[in-house]
Design a protein around this ligand. Structure first.
Ligand code: GDP
Ligand code: MG
Length: 346
């Protein structure tokens, strides 16, 4: 157990640092103890219990559920797992943050309404970043970098429970929020992550795949970006969907407020060509989750569309959803279509 992290408690005098709740030093120190602004308090037993790695109940990184808690949720209710895939800075965490703010603002209506979340603390921690906007202008970083070190070997999942107003069933979603470095490793050293850190991708019900729009459009980065997209899609298919049906993939072209509108179709076309080579069920979305230029695309552009696409695909799916992360052995209920009217396990 990384003692230093689990027993750490204290306050920081550095403006904007929320190490007390997030465990993350905004000045970039590996441990808050190395930061001169941090004052360590005596360890409190209740904090230790909350963050115990052994108990598996941790809000690891202060953000999401670990496998144990996610598993518990999945045993109690049909749950859709949606890995959010993309290299560092693609906009994964901002997408989730934006999704949560749409939930709170009732902006998923009329199709969906927000019922609950078991990761409110995690979402709120992320949202604090957004609230620090200065007159609508984004700071350089609106969310803390999703740290490999702090999230450890396990992925973190953010939970949203949504309901279609006319339907009785609640739809539970678990979105992964994992470091982009893990997907770098999937491209360059797949064996280092496929059996361990990214194994949950094999349990996906749908995938959200993110690529940075401005990097697709900029001729200096386009080649590298398209190469990354191809490699990442290829690895996903090879490593997780060779022996089972491919799941639907929502492809998000992010930060499109930074791309002139005349070039949006060009970006969409580029991604559509790549998707057609590797994927069976996919749709491309132009997004601006947390725009720097809200006058070009408003906050949350594309975010709801992606969620509705995923939800609709679940409704169409005849695929058998699985219980927990354990794979086919414990298949218990059909996907969304069968939730209607059918009791779980029947
Ligand atoms: N212009 C623009 N920038 C964005 C948008 N969403 C995210 N970003 C920027 O991209 C950076 C990286 O986003 P983040 O969600 O941390 O990426 P992650 O590494 O994939 O989780 C953020 O700090 C934002 O400044 C967007 O919609 N528009
Ligand atoms: Mg992140």
């Amino acid at each position: 157990m990384p003692d230093e992290l689990v027993t750490l408690r204290g306050t920081c005098s550095h403006e904007g640092c929320e190490v007390a709740t997030t465990g993350v030093c905004v000045r970039g120190e590996t441990s808050p103890l190395q930061c001169t602004s941090f004052t360590s308090l005596k360890e409190a037993p209740e904090i230790k219990a909350m963050t115990s790695e052994e108990g598996g109940r941790a809000f690891r990184s202060g953000i999401g559920l670990g496998y144990l808690d996610a598993g518990e949720l999945m045993r109690s209710a049909p749950t859709f797992v949606v890995p959010v895939v993309g290299l560092s800075e693609a906009g994964k965490t901002c997408y989730l943050m934006s999704l949560y703010s749409l939930c709170l603002a009732g902006r998923l209506l009329p199709e969906l309404r927000f019922a609950e979340s078991r990761t409110l603390t995690g979402f709120d921690t992320l949202l604090r970043g957004i609230r620090k906007w200065n007159n609508g202008a984004l700071a350089d970083r609106v969310v803390a970098h999703t740290s490999s070190q702090l999230t450890g070997r396990e992925p973190a999942f953010l939970h949203l429970c949504l309901q279609e107003p006319a339907e009785p069933d609640r739809l539970h979603f678990l979105f992964s929020d994992v470091p982009g470095e893990w997907f770098d490793a999937l491209i360059n050293r797949p064996a280092s992550v496929t059996g361990d850190k990214l194994a949950f991708v094999g349990r996906a019900d749908a995938i959200a795949f993110l690529v940075e729009g401005p990097r697709l459009i900029d001729l200096n980065t386009r080649h590298v970006e398209l190469d990354n997209v191809r490699h990442l899609l290829m690895r996903l298919v090879e490593n997780f969907f060779r022996k089972q049906r491919q799941v639907p993939v929502a492809v998000l072209i992010t930060k499109m407020d930074d791309v002139p509108k005349e070039q949006h179709e060009e970006a969409r076309g580029m991604m559509a060509r790549e998707c057609a080579k590797f994927l069976h069920h996919w749709q491309v979305f132009v997004c601006a989750a947390v725009p720097r230029r809200p006058e070009v695309l408003g906050p949350g552009t594309g975010v709801k569309d992606v969620l509705l696409y995923i939800k609709d695909q679940m409704a169409k799916s005849v695929r058998v959803a699985e219980f927990e992360f354990t794979g086919p052995a414990e298949r218990t209920f059909l996907a969304l279509a069968s939730l209607r009217g059918a009791k779980r396990g029947s």
